[in-house]
Design a protein around this ligand. Structure first.
Ligand code: NAI
Length: 303
């Protein structure tokens, strides 16, 4: 058994923690000793309306169980207010779990600006605003953990979720760069792509499977990623149903052409199999590694 993971002196914001996965994360953080800001606007799964009772109920549950929590009812798009709540209530902010989310599913053919914009605003702008407001405090104290909630719909695509997929993979792009920028101040940034039986997935997942995909099964990974013990950054983890695994980029070794002699679309066609051949594929971890093959090709034909 490894060392106990505790958060006694830590303050954690979980956004969208009034229900579903966020609620499960908040309850588990409190059990691990964290002081928790339970943020939730309390609207519908499509992002309509607002209701303070969602966050209040979870705070009550935490307090009943002997934990410490405070409710916050602001939208994540007012991220500075969410962070201010943490500072006013507990005097610091150590961990941000960006979890709040909505769905506005439509095929792209029927997508309108309002559905595109609202999904972007809640997932991407909301996560940006909360994290941006917490960032200076994390830098100052040389400690921070940020978790973004991506989705397999972003990683792999999902019919009818162009807006949602765009937002969710956007959060992974944000994860990668914040991981680079945060590292020297001990701010570690990771993303999860969860699957859980919540109101968001009700009716989409067969009932027997839905029952088994308990939101609580996602939270231990979130707690670990938020802990001092975790030294990983820039990761993307698929998690659900008691299983979890790490995702990474894979790129074929590709094909190189002589940039000086020139090459045309027919050369691309003739080499298509090689371009798409994943045998001995590379797994670039950063930009420099990603550019290596390209630079090697330039060098090969230089002179
Ligand atoms: P949920 O609908 O149960 O929870 C989302 C919560 O976010 C709700 O309580 C809602 O009131 C809150 N929220 C929405 N807009 C908000 C805003 N502007 N400000 C503050 N709070 C707001 O859904 P679920 O499944 O728990 O989703 C949690 C996160 O996990 C979301 O980001 C979702 O996109 C993501 N996710 C969930 C999957 C699943 O299988 N349940 C799959 C992939 C990703």
């Amino acid at each position: 058994m490894s060392e106990a993971i505790r958060f006694e002196d830590k303050v954690v914001i979980v956004t969208g923690a009034g229900g579903g996965l966020g609620r499960a994360h908040a309850l588990l953080f409190a059990r691990h000793g964290a002081k928790v800001v339970v943020n939730d606007l309390g609207g519908s799964a499509q992002g309509e309306g607002a209701n303070a009772s969602a966050a209040d109920r979870v705070v009550e549950e935490i307090r009943q169980a002997g934990g410490t929590a405070v409710a916050n009812h602001d939208s994540v798009t007012d991220g500075d207010k969410v962070v201010q709540q943490a500072l006013d209530s507990f005097g610091r902010i150590d961990v941000v779990v960006n979890n709040a989310g909505i769905l506005r599913d439509k095929t792209f053919h029927k997508m309108d600006d309002a559905d595109w914009d609202l999904v972007y605003r809640v997932h991407v702008e909301g996560a940006y605003k909360v994290t941006r407001a917490a960032w200076p405090y994390m830098r100052e104290q040389a400690y921070g953990r940020v978790i973004f909630t991506a989705s397999t719909s972003g990683i792999y695509g999902n019919f009818g979720q162009s807006n949602y997929g765009m937002a969710k993979l956007g959060l992974y792009g944000l994860t990668r760069t914040l991981a680079l920028e945060g590292r020297k101040n001990n701010i570690l940034v990771n993303a999860i792509a969860p699957t859980g039986g919540t109101r968001m997935t009700e009716g989409l997942i067969p009932p027997q499977v839905f029952e088994q995909l308990k939101p609580e099964l996602v939270s231990p990974l979130v707690i670990y990623l938020a802990s001092e013990q975790c030294q990983d950054t820039s990761g993307l983890f698929e998690v659900g149903g008691g299983w979890m695994g790490k995702v990474r980029w894979e790129r074929s070794l590709g094909a190189g052409f002589d940039p000086k002699a020139g090459f045309d679309a027919e050369d691309v066609a003739a080499n298509w199999q090689q371009i798409c051949n994943f045998e001995n594929a590379a797994h670039p971890a950063d930009n420099m590694e990603a550019l290596k093959e390209m630079m090697a090709n330039l060098q090969k034909y230089a002179g």
